[in-house]
Ligand binder design. Sequence first.
Ligand code: AMP
Length: 279
Amino acid sequence: MKTVFGISEARSIVKQWKKEGDTVGFVPTMGFLHEGHGSLIKKARENDKVVVSIFVNPLQFGENEDFGRYPRDFEKDCLFCETYGADLVFHPDVSEMYMPDFCTFVDMTGLTQNLCGASRPGHFRGVCTVVAKLFNIINPDRAYFGEKDAQQLAVIRQMVQDLSMDIEIVACPIVREPDGLAKSSRNSYLNDEERKAALVLSRALKYAENMVKEGTKNSAEVISAIKRIIESEPLAHIDYVKAVDGLTMKDLEIIGPQTLIAAAVYIGKTRLIDNFTVK
Ligand code: AMP
């Protein structure tokens, strides 16, 4: 496995692979890798070569968010990537990605206005800009994203379609801890008490999933059941609970196939997200 820091080095390695006829799968991450990322890397091995990027992107963090203290462990991440069978880790510096005169952004309207886009203004502008740059650098055949970040996945699909990018976007299911908590690099912020409290999020969504399975179609009813369960946990503070169309991210009154039920909750100071899609 190779590790590179420069854009031109990464680009020339991938170019050489492609010249030899290899297909390239790409897994963009912010590092501090866990089995959620691991599942994406494993799936990407359906390509001849796998590239993982590790880059904590300042552009997608708001001013009062956790960019500075976001967990980082590059050496451990490299071992992790090697174990999962990656061929190249691309780990650029902020200065490599954003020159001092950087001034071009990918700004999406519509489906970035709801859910995390509403709570984190500018977040998806940062995500789209960095992913577009990474796509231009790596030029993969396929790129792998987790359903854990369901809105991000929809936003990336829309960007690829709108900007005619020749990349197949592959969705991978949410990987959870044995007790149900969705794996996340941010789980490392939680102390023991918060870790227990954090379970309320997956528990509330599981309850809602059963309600929908048993025939409840009214979004308001499902949303209030989720809120009630979350509000029973004193350490939890709801950012949002929503039922939206899985493609457009527009609020829905009636739940149907492909409805996304998504929630963002603060456990203490840590903001966690989770969701499920109605089958
Ligand atoms: P991040 O490093 O948090 O930016 O995540 C990088 C990629 O891994 C994104 O496509 C995420 O959706 C995906 N991911 C993160 N956590 C999980 C998880 N628990 N299950 C599946 N995919 C995940």
